[in-house]
Design a protein around this ligand. Structure first.
Ligand code: UD1
Ligand code: UDP
Length: 353
């Protein structure tokens, strides 16, 4: 069986690394890796291929920037060509980026079956580009690998139980990655303050809205000055928009780091403050409380067990919740994310599909 995997953005490299590894260990399955080029800086792309031992992409597109329509459209055309050339039996996509949707759509239009890892997640906020991408991708997939019971329920609510597709709860591949690579943790270069808050910030809903961005920057600066040092590996999108809006971050700013450095930061921080999807769960995997600077989350079970708190982009709420949660430990008692077996489950299903 020949599978063509479409990846392009940072979290997809981390998710694909564990599935790719399981594919390599299986008999009878060949993987062709296509990198759309959506993320392209060395510390947003190459570093993950090197650290996580991901096979070099067989097909490397160089598509990034531009509007959503332009980026997705260019990817669609070029992925279609790659599919016509390589004739895979199935296409595998991850998550909810423009690369995800372009890969799924190119395949579906050629009647190539699509497997979606991280199916069924919903924020119910159609303003988010990710929500559009994931809903459309689910609609044209026939193997829907859900990370949580909630994701399965979301698909049931949308009528998937009556469709000729497979909806499977396999657990979360990001827990596989966290468990597999935790022992590789390495401190980022340069000195770091003790007892820091680990922050990440990049989602369009925050960075593209000047009021929300200013409110978050103000909260991070105040926390750094008055509560606990804030370490922020800054996403290139955010770096640009902060400069564009004349804002200033007065905290411990570092460049985006590799996964081994990120795992170290997660292990050594005293709180996670983020708008990332993946980092919310990683906080939990590393036993740290999380404060999420968004209005909704797809990972609702973390809210339900009290491990994560939603504070939107409200300066006072961010400061209050972060101050209250600094140093608080959380524990995974319900094994909500599958315990590190998601990749193997996915490959077992692929082999029998
Ligand atoms: C994308 C995903 C988002 C995901 C995030 C993970 C979409 C719509 N969004 O958002 O869901 O959470 O990836 O990080 O697919 N840039 C660089 N160098 C890079 C990558 C990006 O300079 O290596 C800059 C470019 O100016 C680019 C901007 O960041 O225009 C935004 O990149 P883009 O891939 O469009 O969206 P992300 O914000 O990264
Ligand atoms: N990450 C990383 N280096 C960083 C910031 C994040 O390796 O400097 C990892 C993080 O540990 C997680 C993934 O990138 O595994 C999350 O990606 P991101 O926050 O960019 O996207 P999202 O999950 O919000 O789609």
């Amino acid at each position: 069986m020949k599978i063509l995997t479409v990846i392009g953005a940072r979290p997809q490299f981390i998710k694909a690394s564990v599935v790719s590894r399981a594919i390599q260990q299986a008999d009878g399955i060949e993987e062709i890796m296509l990198h759309t080029g959506q993320h392209f800086d060395a510390n947003m792309s190459d570093i993950f291929f090197n650290q996580l031992n991901i096979p070099r992409p067989h097909i490397q597109l160089d598509i990034h920037g531009g509007s959503h329509g332009e980026m997705t459209g260019r990817m669609l055309a070029e992925i279609e060509q790659a599919l016509l050339t390589h004739k895979p039996d199935r296409v595998l996509v991850y998550g909810d980026t423009n690369s995800t949707l372009a890969g799924a759509l190119a395949a579906a239009k050629l009647h190539i079956p699509v497997a979606h890892v991280e199916a069924g997640l919903r924020s119910f906020n159609m303003q988010m580009p990710e929500e559009i991408n994931r809903i459309l991708t689910d609609q044209i997939s026939d193997l829907l690998f859900c990370p949580t019971d909630t994701a399965v329920q979301n698909l049931n609510n949308e009528g998937f139980a009556k469709k000729p597709v497979q909806v499977l709860q396999v657990g979360d591949v990001m827990q596989d990655s966290a468990l597999l690579f935790a022992e590789k943790a390495v401190a980022p270069a340069g000195s770091l303050p003790d007892g820091f808050i680990l922050a990440t910030l990049h989602r369009a809903e925050n960075t593209d809205n000047p009021q929300r961005l200013a409110a978050i920057v103000s909260a991070l600066n105040t926390l750094h000055k008055t509560v606990s040092p804030v370490v922020l590996p800054l996403h290139p999108r955010t770096r640009k928009l902060i400069a564009q809006h004349g804002l200033e971050l007065n905290l411990h700013l570092i460049d985006p780091v590799g996964y081994f450095e990120m795992v170290w930061l997660l292990d050594h921080c005293n709180l996670v403050l983020t708008d990332s999807g993946g980092v919310q769960k990683e906080a939990f995997f590393f036993g740290k409380a999380c404060v999420t600077m968004r209005d909704q989350t797809e990972w609702v079970e973390l809210i339900e067990v009290g491990a994560n708190e939603l504070v939107g982009a409200d300066t006072a709420k961010i400061i209050e919740a972060a101050t209250r949660n600094v140093g608080r430990k959380v524990q995974d008692i319900n094994n909500m994310y599958g315990g590190g077996k998601a990749a193997q489950r996915i490959v077992n299903v692929l082999l029998n599909s």
